[in-house]
Design a protein around this ligand. Structure first.
Ligand SMILES: [Zn+2]
Length: 250
Protein backbone atom coordinates (compact mmCIF):
# COMPACT_ATOMS: atom_id res chain seq x y z
CA UNK A 1 0.00 0.00 0.00
CA UNK A 2 1.32 3.43 -0.84
CA UNK A 3 -1.41 5.57 0.64
CA UNK A 4 -0.01 8.25 2.91
CA UNK A 5 -3.10 8.53 5.10
CA UNK A 6 -3.21 4.92 6.24
CA UNK A 7 -1.75 5.52 9.70
CA UNK A 8 -3.71 6.79 12.66
CA UNK A 9 -1.51 9.88 13.26
CA UNK A 10 -2.48 13.20 11.93
CA UNK A 11 -0.43 13.30 8.77
CA UNK A 12 1.29 16.60 9.60
CA UNK A 13 2.47 15.29 12.96
CA UNK A 14 4.23 12.41 11.24
CA UNK A 15 7.91 13.14 10.70
CA UNK A 16 8.04 10.80 7.76
CA UNK A 17 5.11 12.48 6.09
CA UNK A 18 7.29 14.54 3.77
CA UNK A 19 9.19 11.52 2.60
CA UNK A 20 6.03 9.54 2.14
CA UNK A 21 4.45 12.35 0.21
CA UNK A 22 7.48 12.56 -2.06
CA UNK A 23 7.46 8.80 -2.53
CA UNK A 24 3.78 8.86 -3.41
CA UNK A 25 4.30 11.60 -5.94
CA UNK A 26 7.18 9.67 -7.51
CA UNK A 27 5.09 6.53 -7.74
CA UNK A 28 2.30 8.65 -9.16
CA UNK A 29 4.66 10.09 -11.76
CA UNK A 30 5.90 6.64 -12.67
CA UNK A 31 2.38 5.31 -13.15
CA UNK A 32 1.18 8.27 -15.10
CA UNK A 33 4.25 8.21 -17.35
CA UNK A 34 3.83 4.50 -17.95
CA UNK A 35 0.12 4.64 -18.58
CA UNK A 36 -0.57 8.00 -20.08
CA UNK A 37 2.41 9.66 -21.63
CA UNK A 38 3.23 9.00 -25.25
CA UNK A 39 6.93 8.45 -24.54
CA UNK A 40 5.89 5.06 -23.18
CA UNK A 41 5.67 3.93 -26.80
CA UNK A 42 8.77 5.80 -27.93
CA UNK A 43 10.53 3.95 -30.70
CA UNK A 44 13.86 2.22 -30.19
CA UNK A 45 16.34 3.27 -32.85
CA UNK A 46 18.68 0.70 -34.38
CA UNK A 47 20.07 2.91 -37.15
CA UNK A 48 18.74 6.06 -38.79
CA UNK A 49 15.44 5.08 -40.41
CA UNK A 50 15.33 1.71 -38.63
CA UNK A 51 13.10 1.83 -35.55
CA UNK A 52 10.74 -0.42 -33.62
CA UNK A 53 8.18 0.16 -30.93
CA UNK A 54 5.23 -1.28 -29.06
CA UNK A 55 1.96 -0.91 -30.90
CA UNK A 56 0.53 2.57 -30.38
CA UNK A 57 -3.22 3.06 -29.96
CA UNK A 58 -3.35 4.26 -33.60
CA UNK A 59 -1.65 1.10 -34.87
CA UNK A 60 -3.87 -1.11 -32.70
CA UNK A 61 -6.92 0.65 -34.11
CA UNK A 62 -5.67 0.12 -37.64
CA UNK A 63 -5.07 -3.63 -37.30
CA UNK A 64 -7.89 -4.67 -34.96
CA UNK A 65 -10.51 -6.72 -36.77
CA UNK A 66 -8.22 -6.78 -39.81
CA UNK A 67 -4.84 -8.52 -39.40
CA UNK A 68 -5.33 -8.75 -35.63
CA UNK A 69 -8.28 -10.77 -34.45
CA UNK A 70 -9.22 -11.58 -30.87
CA UNK A 71 -7.53 -14.87 -30.03
CA UNK A 72 -6.05 -16.83 -27.13
CA UNK A 73 -2.49 -17.00 -28.51
CA UNK A 74 -1.11 -13.60 -29.38
CA UNK A 75 -1.59 -10.27 -27.63
CA UNK A 76 -0.79 -6.75 -28.81
CA UNK A 77 2.08 -6.77 -26.38
CA UNK A 78 3.66 -9.75 -28.16
CA UNK A 79 3.99 -7.63 -31.29
CA UNK A 80 6.27 -4.81 -32.36
CA UNK A 81 5.89 -2.24 -35.13
CA UNK A 82 8.97 -1.66 -37.28
CA UNK A 83 9.79 1.21 -39.63
CA UNK A 84 12.70 0.62 -41.93
CA UNK A 85 14.31 1.75 -45.16
CA UNK A 86 14.59 -0.29 -48.32
CA UNK A 87 15.34 0.16 -52.02
CA UNK A 88 12.38 -0.26 -54.36
CA UNK A 89 12.52 -1.72 -57.88
CA UNK A 90 13.46 1.71 -59.28
CA UNK A 91 16.43 1.99 -56.94
CA UNK A 92 14.71 4.67 -54.82
CA UNK A 93 14.86 4.56 -51.03
CA UNK A 94 11.48 4.00 -49.38
CA UNK A 95 10.28 3.71 -45.81
CA UNK A 96 8.43 0.47 -45.12
CA UNK A 97 6.55 -0.97 -42.17
CA UNK A 98 6.28 -4.43 -40.67
CA UNK A 99 4.69 -5.96 -37.58
CA UNK A 100 6.56 -8.92 -36.07
CA UNK A 101 6.79 -10.82 -32.81
CA UNK A 102 8.80 -9.02 -30.12
CA UNK A 103 10.99 -12.12 -29.78
CA UNK A 104 12.46 -11.59 -33.23
CA UNK A 105 12.17 -7.83 -33.67
CA UNK A 106 15.87 -7.10 -33.20
CA UNK A 107 16.88 -9.86 -35.60
CA UNK A 108 14.42 -8.59 -38.21
CA UNK A 109 15.66 -5.02 -37.96
CA UNK A 110 19.27 -6.19 -38.35
CA UNK A 111 18.37 -8.39 -41.34
CA UNK A 112 16.61 -5.55 -43.14
CA UNK A 113 19.45 -3.19 -42.38
CA UNK A 114 21.81 -5.63 -44.10
CA UNK A 115 19.42 -5.88 -47.05
CA UNK A 116 19.32 -2.09 -47.22
CA UNK A 117 23.10 -1.82 -47.18
CA UNK A 118 23.31 -4.21 -50.13
CA UNK A 119 20.47 -2.33 -51.89
CA UNK A 120 18.28 -5.41 -51.99
CA UNK A 121 15.23 -4.59 -54.16
CA UNK A 122 11.81 -4.80 -52.49
CA UNK A 123 8.82 -3.58 -54.48
CA UNK A 124 6.66 -2.42 -51.57
CA UNK A 125 6.24 -2.92 -47.84
CA UNK A 126 2.91 -1.99 -46.27
CA UNK A 127 1.03 -3.61 -43.40
CA UNK A 128 -1.22 -6.30 -44.81
CA UNK A 129 -4.13 -4.27 -43.39
CA UNK A 130 -3.75 -2.04 -46.47
CA UNK A 131 -5.04 -5.13 -48.35
CA UNK A 132 -7.76 -5.88 -45.75
CA UNK A 133 -5.51 -8.69 -44.44
CA UNK A 134 -6.21 -10.55 -47.69
CA UNK A 135 -3.04 -12.49 -48.37
CA UNK A 136 -3.93 -13.10 -52.01
CA UNK A 137 -4.30 -9.38 -52.66
CA UNK A 138 -1.09 -8.55 -50.80
CA UNK A 139 0.81 -11.22 -52.71
CA UNK A 140 -0.60 -10.11 -56.05
CA UNK A 141 0.64 -6.56 -55.27
CA UNK A 142 4.10 -8.03 -54.52
CA UNK A 143 3.80 -6.61 -51.02
CA UNK A 144 6.34 -7.65 -48.41
CA UNK A 145 4.65 -8.30 -45.04
CA UNK A 146 4.82 -10.32 -41.82
CA UNK A 147 2.11 -10.42 -39.14
CA UNK A 148 -1.35 -11.61 -40.11
CA UNK A 149 -3.53 -13.70 -37.81
CA UNK A 150 -4.71 -16.35 -40.24
CA UNK A 151 -4.71 -20.09 -40.82
CA UNK A 152 -2.40 -21.73 -43.37
CA UNK A 153 -4.24 -21.49 -46.71
CA UNK A 154 -6.59 -24.45 -47.12
CA UNK A 155 -6.23 -25.69 -43.51
CA UNK A 156 -7.37 -24.69 -40.03
CA UNK A 157 -3.82 -24.71 -38.68
CA UNK A 158 -2.45 -21.32 -37.71
CA UNK A 159 0.29 -19.93 -39.92
CA UNK A 160 3.50 -18.69 -38.36
CA UNK A 161 2.41 -15.28 -39.70
CA UNK A 162 -0.22 -15.40 -36.92
CA UNK A 163 2.55 -15.05 -34.36
CA UNK A 164 4.50 -12.47 -36.33
CA UNK A 165 7.22 -15.08 -36.82
CA UNK A 166 7.13 -15.26 -40.64
CA UNK A 167 7.95 -12.75 -43.35
CA UNK A 168 7.03 -12.90 -47.04
CA UNK A 169 9.41 -11.12 -49.40
CA UNK A 170 8.33 -9.91 -52.87
CA UNK A 171 5.62 -12.62 -52.98
CA UNK A 172 4.62 -12.15 -56.60
CA UNK A 173 8.05 -12.99 -57.93
CA UNK A 174 8.57 -15.57 -55.18
CA UNK A 175 5.23 -17.41 -55.31
CA UNK A 176 3.86 -20.20 -53.15
CA UNK A 177 3.44 -23.51 -54.97
CA UNK A 178 1.46 -26.08 -52.99
CA UNK A 179 1.90 -29.85 -53.10
CA UNK A 180 -0.62 -30.04 -55.98
CA UNK A 181 1.48 -27.56 -57.96
CA UNK A 182 -1.13 -24.82 -57.56
CA UNK A 183 0.57 -21.44 -57.60
CA UNK A 184 -0.39 -18.24 -55.76
CA UNK A 185 -0.55 -15.42 -56.53
CA UNK A 186 -1.70 -16.38 -60.02
CA UNK A 187 -0.16 -13.21 -61.50
CA UNK A 188 3.20 -14.64 -60.44
CA UNK A 189 2.84 -17.74 -62.67
CA UNK A 190 5.70 -16.65 -64.92
CA UNK A 191 7.99 -17.00 -61.89
CA UNK A 192 7.21 -20.71 -61.46
CA UNK A 193 10.37 -21.30 -63.47
CA UNK A 194 13.06 -20.59 -60.88
CA UNK A 195 16.00 -20.42 -63.22
CA UNK A 196 16.72 -16.69 -63.75
CA UNK A 197 18.21 -17.46 -67.19
CA UNK A 198 15.07 -19.24 -68.40
CA UNK A 199 12.36 -17.36 -66.50
CA UNK A 200 10.53 -14.85 -68.72
CA UNK A 201 9.51 -12.60 -65.81
CA UNK A 202 10.70 -8.98 -65.89
CA UNK A 203 12.18 -9.31 -62.42
CA UNK A 204 13.62 -12.81 -62.76
CA UNK A 205 16.95 -11.54 -61.50
CA UNK A 206 15.31 -10.65 -58.16
CA UNK A 207 13.98 -14.16 -57.49
CA UNK A 208 15.00 -15.69 -54.17
CA UNK A 209 17.13 -18.79 -54.57
CA UNK A 210 18.92 -21.07 -52.14
CA UNK A 211 22.21 -19.43 -53.10
CA UNK A 212 20.86 -15.87 -52.76
CA UNK A 213 22.44 -13.55 -50.20
CA UNK A 214 19.04 -12.83 -48.67
CA UNK A 215 18.52 -16.54 -47.97
CA UNK A 216 21.92 -16.76 -46.32
CA UNK A 217 21.27 -13.66 -44.21
CA UNK A 218 17.91 -14.92 -42.92
CA UNK A 219 19.40 -18.35 -42.18
CA UNK A 220 22.30 -16.75 -40.32
CA UNK A 221 19.72 -15.28 -37.93
CA UNK A 222 18.03 -18.66 -37.43
CA UNK A 223 15.20 -18.43 -39.96
CA UNK A 224 14.23 -21.26 -42.28
CA UNK A 225 13.21 -20.72 -45.90
CA UNK A 226 10.04 -22.01 -47.58
CA UNK A 227 12.02 -22.73 -50.77
CA UNK A 228 13.65 -25.63 -48.90
CA UNK A 229 10.32 -27.33 -48.20
CA UNK A 230 9.88 -30.73 -49.87
CA UNK A 231 6.19 -31.11 -50.78
CA UNK A 232 5.36 -27.49 -51.36
CA UNK A 233 7.56 -24.50 -52.11
CA UNK A 234 7.06 -21.10 -50.54
CA UNK A 235 9.82 -19.04 -52.10
CA UNK A 236 8.71 -15.78 -50.48
CA UNK A 237 8.55 -17.19 -46.95
CA UNK A 238 11.11 -16.96 -44.13
CA UNK A 239 10.09 -18.10 -40.66
CA UNK A 240 11.52 -18.33 -37.20
CA UNK A 241 10.42 -21.32 -35.16
CA UNK A 242 9.87 -20.97 -31.43
CA UNK A 243 9.23 -24.32 -29.79
CA UNK A 244 5.84 -24.58 -28.07
CA UNK A 245 4.73 -21.18 -29.34
CA UNK A 246 1.20 -22.62 -29.49
CA UNK A 247 1.17 -23.14 -25.75
CA UNK A 248 2.48 -19.79 -24.63
CA UNK A 249 0.31 -18.52 -21.76
CA UNK A 250 -0.52 -14.85 -21.40
ZN1 LIG B 1 4.55 -16.69 -45.66
Amino acid sequence: MHTIFSNTHHPFSDKTFGKKLLLSFCIGCLFSSLLLHPHHTKAAVYKKGFTYRKLTPAIKKKITGVSYRKNPYITYNDLRYIRLLYYDFHGDIQSGELIVNKKIVKKVVKIFYQLYKMKYPIERMQLIDAYHADDLKSMAANNTSAFNYRPVAGTNRLSNHSYGLAIDINPRINPYINSHKKLTPTNGAVYQCRDPKKCKGKYARYMIKKSSKITKIFKKYGFSWGGDWVYSKDYQHFEYTIVNVYFVKH
